[in-house]
Design a protein around this ligand. Structure first.
Ligand code: ATP
Ligand code: MG
Length: 371
């Protein structure tokens, strides 16, 4: 049993999120559009997939992470629709039959291949936003035909804003989300700045459309018994408390990094405090050049500020004299760098309003001069 997977996780390798799952279940039941927000790799997709699995409702998943233009968005939606039909019809051949009827009148090519049902819209048709409206209306027709609710899950929705010039696609999605009784919309996103613009701006189509669920790191009270349970299964005994505290300390309970470290620890025949530090340092060394390449994309001042925050835990007054001296930057440069780094989720303010580096790997690489 892999208790610490590095990809989207399902029960039993899914820890807690009970409050969020309950709220998602209630929103699914009431068909209330829902937006799930968190920084990268906190567990948005896992949360939604677990919520959907519990609901036992058919769904189409539209993974927008890699879209680069409107055509891509349309194709992702078509691809997800194909999978939905195969799921509802319990097989690609039957789905092809239904799809042929469903998409009648559109310039569409369909085929059954080894991946299931592939659907493509011929080139030179209408604008992608109009075609997306057409597809969503047809999904609505399917839900009516079978008298079944369908969940439409748009993963990494902020990409739509990033790759489109106007808000035509958002407008058609809003139109369907408001009108449809059978379709339930879930959106996730990791760029909080863009999502704020998209969902909280009065002039944008998504203004006040969704119930918003913000997910944070998993709490100590939930992770502790979860890890002890996995230890019991692996080695037939619990870990020492200080070993688990060390895991929490280096990974900062960031779900992805906690899984990276624990999956390595669980490969060994035993696990103690020294192993935690040894394997985490080995991981830092492996990833150091990758982090360096990412940091090369920052301006000099942004990098300087990030380094200073990494070396100093929780700064409450970054523009104050003390931190100006520590970072060797002027107040104005600090202000500029802070706002750029916050927008891009490199840093965040914790519950005590102290600034911290968000990614524990970046923090560790920047803080650890011995690496
Ligand atoms: N509730 C959870 N319990 C245990 N591990 C989890 C949980 N949620 C997520 N994880 C782990 O965290 C990592 C990230 O999960 P996931 O891909 O769902 O996050 P995400 O926010 O959608 O990430 P991305 O920004 O890359 O899309 C994975 O390794 C996953 O196994
Ligand atoms: Mg995801």
């Amino acid at each position: 049993m892999d208790y610490f997977p590095l990809a989207v996780t399902q029960a039993p390798a899914f820890c807690n999120r009970k409050i969020e799952l309950k709220r998602l279940a209630s929103n699914i039941q009431q068909s209330r559009p829902t937006l799930i927000v968190s920084p990268r790799r906190y567990g948005k997709t896992s949360l939604v997939m677990n919520g959907i699995a519990k609901s036992k409702i058919h769904y189409a998943k539209f993974d927008l992470l890699s879209v680069t233009d409107e055509e891509d968005i349309k194709n992702v939606i078509l691809h997800g629709t194909g999978k939905l039909l195969v799921d509802i019809e319990k097989g690609a051949k039957k789905a092809l039959h239904v799809a042929t009827e469903l998409f009648a009148g559109l310039n569409i090519k369909m085929a059954v291949d080894k991946f299931g049902l592939s659907i493509e819209i011929g080139k030179g048709g209408s604008k992608p936003a109009y075609e997306i409206l057409n597809i969503l209306e047809r999904i609505e027709n399917i839900s009516k035909k079978y008298d079944k609710k369908i969940i439409l899950f748009f993963d990494e929705f902020q990409r739509v804003t990033q790759v489109t010039e106007d808000s035509a696609i958002e407008s058609v999605i809003r139109q369907i989300a408001q009108m449809s009784k059978n379709l339930m919309f879930i959106f996730t996103g990791s760029n909080r700045h863009l999502l704020h613009k998209l969902f909280d701006d009065r002039d944008q189509p998504f203004y006040k459309l969704c119930d918003r669920i913000t997910i944070d790191r998993i709490g100590i009270e939930e992770y502790f018994p979860y890890i002890q349970h996995a230890a019991q299964l692996r080695w037939g005994r619990h870990l020492e408390e200080m070993t688990i505290n060390a895991i929490f300390d280096v990974t900062k309970r960031h779900p992805y990094y906690l899984n990276v470290l624990c999956s390595r620890l669980w490969d060994d025949d035993s696990c103690n405090l020294a192993d935690v530090n040894k394997l985490w340092n080995r991981y830092l060394l492996e990833e150091k050049s990758q982090v360096g390449a990412e940091l090369d994309l920052l301006s000099n001042n942004q990098r300087k500020l990030l380094g200073a925050l990494a070396r100093n835990e929780g700064i409450s007054e970054p523009r104050g004299r003390e931190f100006q001296a520590l970072s060797r930057m002027s107040g104005a440069s600090i202000s500029q760098a802070i706002s750029a780094l916050e927008k891009r989720d490199y840093i965040y303010r914790d519950t005590d309003e102290c600034y911290r580096v968000l990614d524990p790997l970046i923090k560790a690489v920047l803080a650890n001069i011995n690496l």
